[in-house]
Design a binder for this molecule. Structure first.
Ligand SMILES: NC(=O)c1ccc[n+]([C@@H]2O[C@H](COP(=O)([O-])OP(=O)(O)OC[C@H]3O[C@@H](n4cnc5c(N)ncnc54)[C@H](O)[C@@H]3O)[C@@H](O)[C@H]2O)c1
Ligand SMILES: [Zn+2]
Length: 361
């Protein structure tokens, strides 16, 4: 059953289904076949571009593919400008308010293509076609779009809901293992904060998911999408429960900062895996009845490369700069129980240090 996410100005469907089924979802989007734009990266275009073009051709679209280099650096004003230039250049059909934008790729394409769609002609209809596990279970849902600035990540952007999110788990078969594991870290996080049954599913199936088992990945996408959808339905503009999605992330961001935001050393998902182990230790200190050992055993199965030597003082300092810092000191998302999270303020430094030491031990 596809999910429907209502929002301030409408609603959109979220589905885990084959790309070839796009036509079944379009009538609900208000998007009619015609000239359209596909924003993608060169890797995704090479691996899956022909397949999408085939689907769009059959439906009567005339796609123009705008492919940017892969990687986080594409979330820049320069690449955004290049997209505007390409879309508005005189060759090809003129872009108008009905021209649909298909953001086809990982979270980088969802954010860049989404912001492009949000801003060109003050907003074009947007379809998210996420192709990484992270994008399928997390970034494609919730309407956050944007680019980076030299001074920080995601500083320029807009809430801009798509008309449709269609995640085809089959495209995950070409994903590099580290990208798959990184997405699984976020999916496990969704389970920990919201869904005790999904925690049990991962206890049984995580190794199969890491090995790329298609059926397990399809179920993972469908179940984890549902959690993210439920959270953003409850809290569209991130004033409350959406913060729970940051479980493990205050620690993860400090690790990413300490390792130079270099995914070759540590991907975001790997940092989240370590961060969740810290957050579980902290949770145990604040909620002694929590079976943190059981959950830690699950999170510890997510592969993380050997970390470079890290100093707890440096990590503590890196945390002070985190934008999630509230007025009353550091804020953390902790688990009160399996599948139930809470935000806590003013956590004593000694507990945070202990959490680092335990996880990096
Ligand atoms: N908007 C949100 O709510 C939100 C939430 C979380 C993260 N994000 C953003 O998401 C981004 C990270 O997303 P990501 O991890 O998907 O990175 P990404 O988009 O860079 O994709 C990772 C790599 O995988 C490649 N790739 C994509 N799909 C593939 C496939 N099917 N087969 C083989 N290779 C494939 C890409 O070319 C890229 O090299 C960050 O910029 C982050 O800020 C946004
Ligand atoms: Zn994350």
């Amino acid at each position: 059953m596809p999910l429907v996410v209502p929002h301030a100005t409408g609603r959109y469907t979220v589905a885990a289904d084959a790309l070839d089924r796009l036509g079944a979802y379009l009538p609900d989007t208000g998007i009619a076949p015609g000239p359209c734009l596909v924003v993608t990266d060169e890797t995704v275009q090479r691996l899956h571009g022909d397949r999408l073009r085939g689907v769009l051709d059959v439906l009567g679209f005339a796609p123009r593919v705008l492919a940017v280099p892969p990687g986080e650096s594409a979330k820049s004003l320069a690449q955004l400008g290049a997209l505007y230039d390409a879309a508005l250049s005189s060759d090809g059909p003129k872009v108008n308010r009905q021209t649909a934008v298909f953001a086809f790729g990982g979270g980088v394409m969802g954010d860049l293509g989404g912001f492009f769609a949000a801003t060109l002609l003050r907003g074009l209809p947007l379809v998210q076609l996420p192709t990484t596990l992270l994008a399928q279970v997390d970034s494609s849902l919730g309407g956050k779009t944007g680019i980076n600035h030299a001074t920080g990540k995601n500083l320029i952007g807009a809430f801009y809901p798509p008309r449709l999110v269609l995640a085809d788990p089959a495209v995950l078969q070409t994903l590099p293992p580290r990208e798959l594991a990184s997405g699984l870290a976020e999916a496990v996080k969704h389970a920990l904060i919201a869904d005790a049954a999904l925690v049990m599913f991962f206890e049984e199936q995580l190794d199969n998911a890491l090995a790329g088992d298609p059926a397990v990945l399809a179920e993972t996408v469908a179940r984890a999408q549902r959690i993210k959808a439920e959270v953003v339905i409850e809290d569209e503009f991130e004033t409350g429960r959406r913060a729970h999605l940051n479980f493990g992330h205050t620690f993860a961001h400090a690790l990413e900062r300490a390792t130079g935001f270099n995914p070759a050393v540590l991907t975001h998902g790997e940092a989240v895996a370590v961060g969740m182990r810290c957050a579980l230790r902290l949770s145990k200190a604040l909620a002694p009845h929590l079976d943190a050992e059981r959950l830690d055993a699950l999170v510890a199965r997510l592969p993380v490369p050997p970390l470079p030597p890290l100093d707890v003082d440096d990590l503590m300092a890196a945390m002070q700069g985190d934008k999630k810092r509230g007025a009353e000191g550091l804020r953390f998302v902790v688990l009160e129980d399996v599948g139930r999270a809470a935000v806590v303020q003013g956590v004593p430094d000694a507990l945070v240090r202990d959490a680092w030491t335990a996880a990096l031990g």
